[in-house]
Design a protein around this ligand. Structure first.
Ligand code: FAD
Length: 443
């Protein structure tokens, strides 16, 4: 199955449930969680119907769903009770972390129950190999806990306040990806998962058994806790360089990707996107920008390369607060800031391949006003191509032109399971036989 470039809301996959089932479930949840553990107040329902899909003008224009109930487990052991009750009533369950997923994949397409995991924040252990925490723990808190033990996470997203369960359920990459790839490529050591069956319990999965649940939007199981990989802490330096031209900046980022030890993060933007980022003397107005989290052992080589490529070193900073800050200027965030600076004007496409650098000018010409944000990914260039939004047809039309240039495209304007969808579908048929977990995610 290949996801369409643009998704249009239909009734495909709607479970058969009604208001009586919801009322009965509300009573069940009241008994399980008490009056503060479940709500149908409009403000809570409205909040649980939003996520980062506001970045897509195509998704924003559609009604993607509103829950009937939201519940807030405070201990992990009640999650199976909640699931058994929802399964018995035939009510769909959409699991929610911080709600920053940007494909609308946490918005309950057909209503039902939203299971808000943000109260389950316990960090249970940090060993030399992994950190183990409940699904609602924030990624920034895991990174801080790891630093406290002279370790660092293999990776974390630019949305550092997002949850462990949400990053594993809906995210894919971030700071650390240059070395370790995406989050379904060995980042997870073990998971505690709950399936949507009548006898739901917490199931512990190790190693290869856990991987199939990553990046599946919660359609195959609810992650209650997870162990994710850490490694010995490196001495990081945050390097900010400015350039007179975007071409020089992108070429420099491309070359910098080859230094050893590898950088933890490398991002580049032209002058317009750089100007939309938060005020910082190291982000010089009117100039392109390269930002990198670089190993201290490679700092001299990195700064020499940047200067030789036409760059000016604006700042070199260190410490966890600085590395996290630089991370929040990466991946989707430059697009987010650009959209904030000029609301309603921009859309973006996720793009990949060396052509992003080698054929930059042609890539940017595909969409009106085209401006590329560049990330160095795992053994490839990656980025967000921003364009002025006119209509869905214009967004779709650009894909063929990008592919002709040798650019791989992933559309952020659709909400379907997009990683090995056939495999995930087969898994979900076993773990969620009634199709109640986050339904509506199959194309
Ligand atoms: C400005 C911006 C920047 C971003 N940058 C990045 C980035 O650098 N890298 C990246 O990978 N993503 C990025 N994203 C996407 C998103 O922020 C991340 O994937 C984030 O880690 C999701 O976490 P969350 O807690 O907000 O999850 P949510 O949005 O709440 O959920 C995401 C998905 O996971 C499912 N889910 C949530 N919790 C669980 C659970 N416990 N068990 C099973 N399924 C669950 C949800 O149902 C949903 O389908 C960005 C988004 C925005 C808006």
């Amino acid at each position: 199955m290949t996801a369409p470039v643009v998704a249009v809301a239909t009734d495909e996959g709607r479970p058969d449930f009604g208001p009586d089932d919801v009322d009965a479930l509300a009573d069940d949840l009241l008994a399980i969680l008490g009056p503060r553990g479940v709500t149908s107040l409009p403000r809570a329902l409205d909040r649980a119907a939003r996520d980062g899909s506001g970045m897509s003008p195509i998704l924003s224009a559609q009604d993607l769903g509103t829950p009937d109930l939201v519940c807030y487990p405070r201990t992990a052991d009640v999650v199976p009770d909640i699931v058994r009750a929802a399964v018995a009533r035939g009510v769909p369950i959409t699991t929610r972390g911080k709600g920053t997923g940007n494909y609308g994949q946490v918005i309950p397409r057909f209503g039902g129950l939203v299971l808000d995991m943000t109260s389950l924040t316990e960090i249970q252990s940090v060993t030399e190999r992994s950190v183990t925490a409940q699904a609602g723990a924030r990624m920034i808190n895991l990174e801080q806990a790891a630093w406290g033990r002279d370790s660092q996470l293999w990776m974390y997203p630019s949305t550092v306040q997002s949850t462990l369960g949400g990053f594993l359920g809906g995210g894919s990459a971030g700071t650390g990806t240059i070395v370790h790839g995406r989050n379904h490529q060995g980042f997870v050591d073990a998971l505690d998962v709950v399936y949507a069956t009548q006898d739901a319990e917490i199931v512990h999965l190790d190693g290869d058994d856990a991987q199939p649940f990553v990046h599946t939007y919660g359609v195959a199981g609810i992650i209650v806790s997870a162990s994710v990989r850490v490694e010995p802490l490196q001495q990081w330096r945050c390097v900010y360089a400015s350039f007179g031209s975007q071409r020089e900046a992108f070429d420099a980022a491309f070359d910098l990707a080859a230094i050893e030890p590898k950088p933890r993060l490398l991002s580049a933007d032209g002058a317009v996107v750089t100007a939309a980022l938060p005020d910082d003397p190291a982000l010089v107005r009117g100039r392109a920008s390269v930002r990198g989290i670089v190993d201290a052992r490679a700092l001299d080589e990195a700064t020499d390369l940047l200067v030789a490529s036409g760059g000016r070193i604006e700042a070199v900073r260190e410490g966890i607060a600085e590395t996290v800050k630089l991370s929040t200027l990466s991946y989707n965030h430059p697009t987010w800031w650009l959209q904030k600076a000029q609301p309603g004007r921009w859309f973006h496409m996720e793009v990949r391949g060396d052509a992003l650098v080698h054929r930059l000018e042609e890539v940017e010409q595909v969409y009106e006003g085209g401006m590329l944000h560049l990330e160095v990914g795992h053994q490839m260039m990656f980025g967000m191509l921003n364009g002025i939004y006119r209509n869905p047809a214009q967004v779709i039309d650009g894909v063929a032109a990008l592919e002709e240039l040798g650019v791989g495209v992933h559309s952020p304007h659709q909400w379907y399971v997009d990683l090995d969808a056939d495999r995930v579908h087969a898994l979900a048929q076993r773990t969620d036989p009634r199709g109640l977990l986050n339904p509506g995610r199959w194309m």
